[in-house]
Design a binder for this molecule. Structure first.
Ligand code: FAD
Length: 382
């Protein structure tokens, strides 16, 4: 159920204030230490950021998609690694349970995911199965009342701090969606080993690592929804929502980058005048503004369609493709407007330029979005 307008405005104002007053000043600390400061984690929990998309029945805020993207436009105004901490709980780390969990699984995990007490990670990708997720090799073999999981998952966001993994594993050998099941595996389960945190190009503080399952025994009650063969389809539905969330984040980041670029252009003088007065600089500002506006409209439209219960697979892929590519161009122009300063880490645009590169890669690369969009368009216009 949607929030009333006043509550939504209060929430967005509170998130905006938190971002401006607490997160932006802590960006350098996050980049240097590679960890979100504890007091900020507590404040994120108090604001309800971990439970944006989880029902109030389980302690979350239960936002509609439109409300969620509006909040995420605000969260995008700072280093994306802050958002990443809560991001898996809002999206891929909780939504399988929201969509397909049994009542007992929802009751067991959702309240702790909504509060941020438990961090949920989504483990689909493997060393040899990225874009071709259906080729995953991790197996879950039935053994009496249990399943035994074996396999390696790669680049798993928040794995180093996770309390719960949603693990996609093969319960049948055939290459078919219904050969893959999802298991909810708490982190202390014997047989789980974590790799070293990956050294990444950007988003310091957003942690990823390998997760290795070696004869990891879980009870049959760990099977999501109590049903084999539903994991892959559920994952694709989870990613549909995740793609809108990521697109909204890119809109927020683009706004921040444009603001930084405009402020710099107004201050920096060359040839006796602010560089903002040069029309070639204005062209970069105009292109960024127009593209960011287009992405914002797309994301809001797709979110509203989703809230009306429509299938938004095509729209979510369009938003993910366009907004992630858009923020890359906006970041590039922001660096250009800063001149040499844009290459120096003292200026935030240098960090954002690296941070935003990820968005075209995870939750489906740009090429995978193109395949999804083309598939849907070929059906629609045939
Ligand atoms: C920081 C980070 C965090 C991540 N977090 C998670 C997570 O939490 N959980 C999780 O499960 N995974 C996660 N991933 C994995 C991510 O989703 C994959 O890296 C991504 O899906 C791409 O897979 P890949 O790296 O194997 O690339 P590949 O699939 O090997 O792709 C390589 C290139 O080939 C292209 N390509 C592949 N197939 C096709 C095709 N059919 N047509 C055209 N081009 C194609 C791709 O677009 C890409 O350009 C994360 C990755 C990173 C880097």
């Amino acid at each position: 159920m949607a929030l009333d307008q006043e509550t939504l405005t209060l929430l967005i104002d509170a998130v905006r204030r938190f971002v401006t007053e607490r997160l932006v000043p802590a960006e350098d600390e996050l980049a240097n230490s590679g960890a979100v400061p504890e007091d900020i984690v507590r404040e994120m929990r108090d604001l309800g950021l971990f439970g944006l998309s989880i029902s109030p029945d389980y302690g979350g805020l239960g936002l509609t998609m439109e409300e969620e993207v509006r909040v995420v436009f605000e969260l995008g105004q700072t280093s994306p690694a802050f958002r990443s901490l809560a991001g898996t709980n809002i999206g891929i780390g909780s939504q399988s349970i929201v969509l397909a969990g049994t009542d007992a699984q929802r009751a067991e995990y959702l309240p702790r995911l909504a509060s941020g007490e438990l961090i949920g990670s989504f483990a689909l990708t493997e060393p040899d199965a990225g874009s071709d997720a259906m080729s995953l090799r991790t197996t879950a073999q039935r053994d009496g009342d249990d399943y035994i999981i074996n396999g390696t998952k790669r680049y798993i966001t928040n794995a180093p701090i996770a309390g719960l993994f949603s693990v996609m594993a093969r319960t049948a050998p055939e290459r078919r969606a219904d050969s893959i099941s999802c298991f909810l595996v708490p982190v202390g389960t014997p047989g789980i080993t974590l790799g070293k945190p990956d050294k990444k190009m950007g988003q310091a503080g957003a942690l990823t690592c390998d997760v290795v399952f070696d004869n990891c025994r879980v009870p049959a009650s760990a099977l999501l929804g109590g049903q084999e063969g539903t994991g892959f389809r559920t994952s694709m539905r989870v990613l549909d929502k995740g793609r809108l969330h990521i697109a909204a984040l890119c809109v927020g980041i683009a706004e921040r980058l444009l603001r930084d670029a405009v402020r710099y252009a107004l201050e920096r003088k060359q040839f006796g005048q602010p560089i903002a007065e040069f029309q070639l600089v204005q062209a970069m500002i105009a292109d960024s503004q127009a593209e960011l506006y287009a992405a914002r409209c797309m994301v809001l439209d797709a979110a509203r369609l989703r809230d009306r219960g429509e299938n938004t697979t095509m729209q979510a892929a369009c938003c993910k493709m366009y907004a992630t590519e858009m923020v890359g161009r906006v970041a590039d122009r922001a660096v250009q407007i800063h001149g040499g300063a844009g290459y120096i880490s003292e200026y935030a645009v240098e960090r954002f330029y690296r941070d935003v590169r990820l968005f075209r890669l995870f939750e489906g690369t740009t090429q995978i979005q193109q395949l999804v969009i083309a598939r849907e368009a070929l059906k629609a216009y045939a």
